[in-house]
Write a protein that binds this ligand. Structure first.
Ligand SMILES: NC(=O)c1ccc[n+]([C@@H]2O[C@H](COP(=O)([O-])OP(=O)(O)OC[C@H]3O[C@@H](n4cnc5c(N)ncnc54)[C@H](OP(=O)(O)O)[C@@H]3O)[C@@H](O)[C@H]2O)c1
Length: 327
């Protein structure tokens, strides 16, 4: 049996309960992993609320790190005793131990502690595919400005550092002066407090009226229209989240007069469709973390049993950097 955070209906943080669930043995292509730390992500909120519907009851969570206890038939990249970490593989990561699809589980380098791994796999691989594979026409060159919303969050602080390592001038938005300062300390070239500044005007001023080649927008409803207005002709709007709510239906014809813009809605799990693509993204992340180019900042630690409080804090914008739940 393993203590697990589960929901039986969709709703607010209070629908999450700590229950005992049987764990069992791994079948073909599966592993059993005992968690040392579990990651907290905004997708957990969407799955809990029902914005991203899934069958109920549902165990919560999409990211964790721990030790492999058993491997099923056909699993060759992991063995019992290996340190490992993952993102995805289906919800159920808020638990002491689970059986899951081995495809998404990666062997963890010794240099990376379990709590750091649990705080970075989903967020770091997201930054990897956005900065390396979700690019405007002609790519991004060193010195180019890019706009990144919620730059002081879990994904955001990783993006600030990785973008700087790639030579990009990241313009980061955040919801308070303290958060703006944090993004700056982590490598943002410019910061905008979008609660009291007009981010479109500031981006235009910073870029000499040109606008940016790409906006990475995970805030959704509140920033979508403004983000389009920050782009230069042929620029790319890379929408990848909805922390403020989903973007309402929208007419593609609007993209023409704004400068023949491109729009994409990306999700990590498309990029993780094979073992090879998952491992390649993880290896790139392990390298920037092991080299020190990207430091994973864990600003909140909760007991697994306190998942309700963790969700309340995340949704109320009280968190910065990454958060972990400790079983
Ligand atoms: N598509 C993908 O592949 C993918 C993968 C990973 C994450 N994501 C998305 O990336 C975003 C960041 O994820 P994360 O887990 O690292 O979370 P996070 O950034 O640590 O937390 C979300 C942040 O969004 C900002 N925000 C703006 N309006 C908000 C509102 N009305 N309610 C709550 N927050 C609001 C807040 O920062 P401020 O106070 O500074 O505004 C908040 O701290 C999320 O939207 C998530 O869904 C997408």
């Amino acid at each position: 049996m393993a203590k697990t955070i589960q929901i039986k209906s969709n709703g607010g943080p209070e629908v999450m309960e700590l229950v005992d669930l049987p764990v069992g043995e791994p079948g073909p292509g599966q592993v059993r992993i005992r968690h040392h730390a579990c990651g907290l992500n905004f997708i957990d909120v969407y799955q809990r609320s029902g914005l991203y519907p899934a069958p109920l009851p549902q165990a919560m969570g999409n990211e964790a790190a721990g030790v492999i206890e058993a491997v099923g038939e056909g699993v060759t990249h992991l063995k019992p005793g290996d340190r490992a970490a993952y993102a995805g593989g289906g919800p159920g990561a808020y638990c002491e131990a689970r059986v899951m699809n081995a495809m998404v589980v990666c062997k963890l380098p010794d240099a990376i502690p379990f709590d750091v791994a649990a705080a970075m796999m989903l967020k770091g691989m997201t930054v990897q595919y956005l900065l390396k594979r979700t690019l405007p026409q002609g790519g991004i060159a060193a010195g180019d400005h890019i706009l990144w919303h919620a730059a002081a969050g879990g994904v955001g602080l990783i993006a600030c550092q990785w973008a700087k390592a790639l030579g990009y001038q990241l313009i980061g938005t955040a919801g308070s002066d303290e958060k703006c300062q944090l993004a700056k300390e982590h490598g943002a070239a410019f910061v905008i407090n979008y609660k009291n500044e007009n981010f479109v005007e500031r981006v235009k001023a910073i870029t000499g009226g040109q606008g940016v080649k790409v906006v990475y927008d995970s805030v959704g409803k509140d920033t979508f229209d403004g983000s389009l207005d920050c782009l230069r002709p042929f620029g790319l709007m890379a929408s990848f989240g909805n922390a403020s709510g989903p973007v309402p239906p929208f007419a593609p014809a609007l993209l023409g007069p704004k400068g023949s813009l491109y729009l994409t809605r990306q999700t990590l799990f498309t990029h993780m469709s094979t073992r090879e693509s998952t491992q390649a993204m993880a290896d790139d992340l392990f390298e920037v973390v092991a080299s020190g180019a990207v430091k994973i900042r864990i600003d909140q630690r909760y007991a697994l049993a306190d998942a309700v409080k963790a969700h309340r804090d995340l949704e109320a914008r009280r968190t910065t950097g990454s958060s972990v739940l400790l079983p």
